[in-house]
Design a protein around this ligand. Structure first.
Ligand code: LLP
Length: 435
């Protein structure tokens, strides 16, 4: 839930900097990011992949969609892992951060011709092809640039992952990839083989996000290996790569636990090794694309309380509404997925009795809820700070300007020092779009 350098209990602090000092210096709302924790989690997934798969370990591609800015792209470059981008915008950030194009993997179910052009021209390592149209488009971009583009085919292995409907991606009725069961995947394979400017390296599947058990990943891996075997049987060559995607879940609430990198990778390796042995296949290079599991726990959101209102309900009980200075514009996940978060009083300790409260934002919408129900100290007053942990993934990256609210900054903290890595948007930024 909290990143490793956060201390709660007394006034909340990160790397010894008190929350109140951060609020004073950088304002609220703000995403506070634990840089050392980000590096540690990245290394943990990289090491886990390496330990589990040994010489067959491919690349950890950090899923930029969870959160990216140029400074974080520089960290990725330093650490030496790869990155998964799914738009021209994410690609631009990765390149600006200096990431080696060979370590960039390009996703997207509707990459524009311009995005494909840009990716091929930049020399990206892998393009993950998602539709028959795209086979033609990537092939023609590669021909134009005189290169043979390495590609993976995105497949849907027909799995009902245990997660929210909107973030499950590998059952049959989805927009992503080619279904294995229906034969669409095979048709795509045959189509790709007609193009000499494309080199099919293998298959990719991403079964969904915030998945907290390994079984669905294992079934997906099993089905991909079976298709590698079918490919070998048909064409007498073995494809060298599988990318098993991201989706590893994290703890949002007290009592929950993150999916552990080492045991998750070990479970996957066991399945891949056993299936390859059963099909008499060489073990392919295995890559993964964790986003949330790396960046999710590394940030918390710091809000200031603005108003408090006790509302009498029909049954004569009261509900306390605590309004903070952000809301659905910086955390869309409760409204989109009924996602649940926790929060703590961050600028002081209080022994006051706790009272059932609802933390809401400042937007003109009833659904603008940060936390539907939480017990908060009943002496909370305007000006107090609340911190919501585990907002690093799909928080700032899905932030909007709803109600013309400027998006919050990201403040990186390391070794007792805090700095802005993504500045707060201003009203001038917003007005700058008007003609
Ligand atoms: N690879 C691919 C191809 C993906 O589509 C995704 C996420 C990932 C990797 C990274 O998944 P992760 O490890 O972060 O779970 N906005 C939603 C999550 C959408 C995920 C979309 N794809 C949320 O806030 O829960």
């Amino acid at each position: 839930m909290w990143s490793s350098n956060v201390k709660t209990g007394a006034e909340l602090s990160i790397s010894s900097i008190p929350a109140s000092q951060l609020a004073k210096e950088f304002g609220t709302p703000a995403f506070i990011m634990d840089e050392a924790d980000f590096r540690m989690r990245t290394a943990a997934w990289n090491t886990a992949l390496g330990n589990a798969f040994g010489n067959n370990a491919g690349t950890v591609y950090y899923a930029a969609k969870a959160f990216i800015c140029v400074e974080v792209a520089r960290w990725i470059k330093d650490i030496g892992i790869g990155i998964d981008v799914c738009t021209g915008g994410e690609l631009a950030v990765a390149l600006k951060g200096g990431i080696d194009p060979a370590k960039i993997e390009v996703h997207g179910n509707n990459k524009s011709v311009a995005e494909i052009e840009k990716a091929v021209a930049a020399g990206v390592g892998t393009i993950v092809i998602d539709s028959l149209f795209e086979i033609e488009r990537v092939a023609s971009a590669a021909t134009k640039h005189g290169v043979v583009q390495e590609i993976l085919l995105r497949l849907t292995p027909g799995i009902e992952a245990h997660t929210h409907e909107s973030i499950a991606t590998a059952h049959e009725d989805v927009k992503f990839g080619f279904s294995i069961a229906s034969g669409a995947a095979w048709k795509a394979i045959e189509e790709v083989r007609r193009h000499s400017s494309l080199e099919l390296r293998g298959f990719h599947a991403h079964i969904g996000s915030q998945i907290l058990e390994t079984e669905s990943f294992e079934i997906s891996a099993e089905r991909l290996v079976a298709l590698l075997a079918k490919y070998r049987d048909e064409f007498s060559v073995e494809l060298p790569e599988l990318d098993l995607g991201g989706g590893y879940g994290i703890a949002y609430l007290p009592g929950e636990v993150n999916l552990d990198p080492a045991s998750t990778m070990k479970a996957l390796a066991e399945v891949v090794n056993a299936q390859c042995a059963a099909h008499m296949l060489a073990i392919p290079r295995i890559s993964i694309e964790p986003g949330r599991a790396i960046v999710g726990p590394t940030m918390f959101t710091l809000y200031e309380v603005g108003t408090i209102k006790d509302v009498t309900l029909e049954n004569a009980s009261t509900r306390r509404y605590v309004s903070v200075d952000g809301g659905m514009s910086d955390n869309l996940r409760p409204a989109l997925y009924d996602a649940e978060y926790t929060a703590v009083l961050a600028n002081r300790t209080s022994t006051a009795q706790k009272i059932s409260s609802r933390i809401v934002g400042k937007h003109c919408e009833t659904g603008d809820i940060v936390i539907r129900e939480i017990d908060l100290e009943n002496d909370i007053v305007p000006g107090d700070l609340l911190a919501t942990p585990a907002t690093g993934a799909y928080g700032r990256s899905m932030a909007t300007n709803y109600n013309h609210v400027p998006r919050p900054p990201v403040i990186a903290v390391k070794d007792g020092k805090a700095r802005v890595i993504l500045r707060r948007e201003t009203e001038a930024d917003l007005l700058g779009l008007d003609i």
